[in-house]
Design a protein around this ligand. Structure first.
Ligand code: UD1
Ligand code: CA
Length: 466
């Protein structure tokens, strides 16, 4: 791509998306961790773009807020949505005197690969086209504008599905809604648009009548051109995206057992030699280190997992797990749980906003909330941090190498020292110093050869007949 030609991008995102039957603007519907509009912007990542113009209208404030973090985006208001051509007409005052190319992208076409965009711009410039239209041959072209061209791919007409004759509808070459225009030519054509069509809207596609030459470029993978107009197409796009991403991960050395049952957000990073078992879902800003075994049936969201970690049948959100730890089955980590290296968090253990030092084990049936555990602590089965007094959450601190007995209740706020041994069944309400043995439970009473007294048996035994 020659660098001297400038490139502006206009993304059409003002429509309501009636067919979604949603109060959310269509372009904000989410597909694997990113909104449709987020995907369109993400598709620009490899291009040298001088201006990025997003045309907003329906619920413009929400759309703007969703893109607040995106650098360099300029918003252009289309207060009435009178069609895709009308949307691009709004760009006119903003690109006055601009001499470069304008890439126009539909905000509801999220699967386009950066390579396809690059190839289109390269072709557009090397062929000196006034406009290049990305097209695809679809097995089911229903709903799309049909593209008519000669044998040299010179485009003559784009006719919307609803405006086609039954014969024209047989044409399987569709308009992807992705165009590259020589801007000065487009700026001349835009004011000439009519509303002479079934919807009485200004169609952007009509500009091809006023530009020359217009060339159709078929995309290699027709799946990239899927436009999202309803929930079914949203689900189809998710499938396509997932297949694409899972194929990429397998190519990079990740084993997926039964890939169809696994979902992986685009925002997830996975190290080499990871094995992902069936029914596992990786979401949000999650990273999985090398050599991990995740699943079966595990969900991990916004979490950082070290190397060689095993996590079967568990849920981990907003948490961090160190190298060589084993989590689950049936563990739940959430709310900034920080598990160190070589730890063991076992069956039916919930950890919330708690830190476990290296080599600490909580193997069975525990709740550890708002707690700070040192290294090589052994949390006995059924240990509970009672962190909530009905009004506030309180903290539990447990020193290195301490062993909590089975079924201990640690009533926070409480600090247990290092090398402490807690007797099973203890309920602790006071701090314990280092190196202590602490037992806090009713003493066991044994009465040998004991028989219930008559008064007691009357209350509990079955009535005697008579
Ligand atoms: C459009 C194309 C069609 C193509 C299809 C590809 C036209 C007339 N038709 O049809 O040829 O096959 O995309 O997916 O362009 N928008 C605005 N302002 C408006 C109207 C729409 O910003 O006034 C935005 C929408 O938010 C959407 C995009 O433009 O992101 C496309 O609009 P949509 O109504 O979905 O067009 P299609 O009927 O799918
Ligand atoms: Ca559409």
């Amino acid at each position: 791509m020659t660098r001297q030609t400038k490139l502006a991008v206009a993304i059409l995102a003002a429509g309501k998306g009636t067919r979604m039957k949603s109060s959310l603007p269509k372009v904000l519907h989410v597909l694997g961790g990113r909104s449709l509009l987020g995907w369109v912007l993400h598709g620009l990542r490899d291009l040298a773009v001088d201006r990025t113009l997003v045309i907003v209208g329906y619920r413009a404030d929400e759309v703007k807020a969703a893109l607040a973090g995106a650098p360099g985006v300029e918003f252009i208001a289309q207060t009435e949505q009178l069609g895709t051509g009308h949307a691009v007409q709004q760009v006119l005052p903003h690109l006055e005197g601009f001499e470069g190319d304008l890439l126009v992208l539909n905000g509801d076409v999220p699967l386009l690969r950066p390579e396809s965009l690059r190839a289109m711009i390269t072709a557009h410039r090397s062929q000196h086209n006034a406009a290049t239209v990305l097209t695809a041959r679809l097995p089911n072209p229903k709903g799309y504008g049909r593209v008519f061209c000669d044998e040299h791919h010179r485009l003559t007409q784009i006719i919307e599905d609803r405006d086609c004759t039954p014969e024209q509808r047989q044409n399987d070459r569709v308009n992807a809604g992705i165009y590259c225009f020589r801007w000065p030519d487009l700026a001349q054509a835009l004011p000439r648009l009519s509303t002479n069509n079934d919807q009485q809207e200004y169609y952007l596609t009509e500009v091809v009548d006023y530009l020359d030459p217009v060339v159709a470029l078929d995309v290699a993978d027709y799946q990239e051109t899927l436009g999202i107009n309803d929930r079914k197409q949203l689900a189809q796009a998710y499938q396509i995206l997932q297949t694409r991403q899972k194929d990429d991960w397998m190519a990079q050395g990740v084993t997926l057992i039964d890939p169809d049952s696994i979902t992986i957000d685009d925002t997830v990073m996975i190290g080499p030699d990871v094995v992902i078992e069936p029914q596992t879902h990786l979401r949000g800003a999650t990273t999985i280190g090398a050599g991990c075994r995740i699943g079966p049936s595990t969900m991990i969201e916004n979490s950082q997992i070290g190397d060689r970690v095993q996590i079967p049948f568990s849920v981990v959100t907003d948490s961090r797990i160190g190298n060589d730890s084993r989590i689950g089955p049936y563990a739940h980590l959430r709310g900034q749980a920080q598990v160190g290296e070589g730890c063991r968090v076992g069956n039916f253990v919930e950890i919330k906003n708690a830190t476990l030092g290296n080599g600490t084990n909580a193997a069975h049936l525990s709740y550890l909330g708002d707690a700070q555990l040192g290294e090589r602590v052994n949390v006995g089965a059924g240990t509970i941090t009672a962190n909530y007094d009905g009004f506030q959450k309180h903290k539990t601190v447990i020193g290195d190498r301490t062993k909590t007995g089975s079924n201990s209740v640690l009533v926070a706020p409480i600090t247990i020292g290092q090398d402490v041994t807690i007797g099973a069944g203890s309920t602790l309400t006071k701090d314990v110093p280092d190196n202590a043995l602490v037992v806090a439970r009713a003493k066991q009473i044994i009465k040998p050869d004991w028989q219930p007294k008559p008064s007691q048996s009357a209350a509990s035994s079955t009535p005697t007949p008579g």
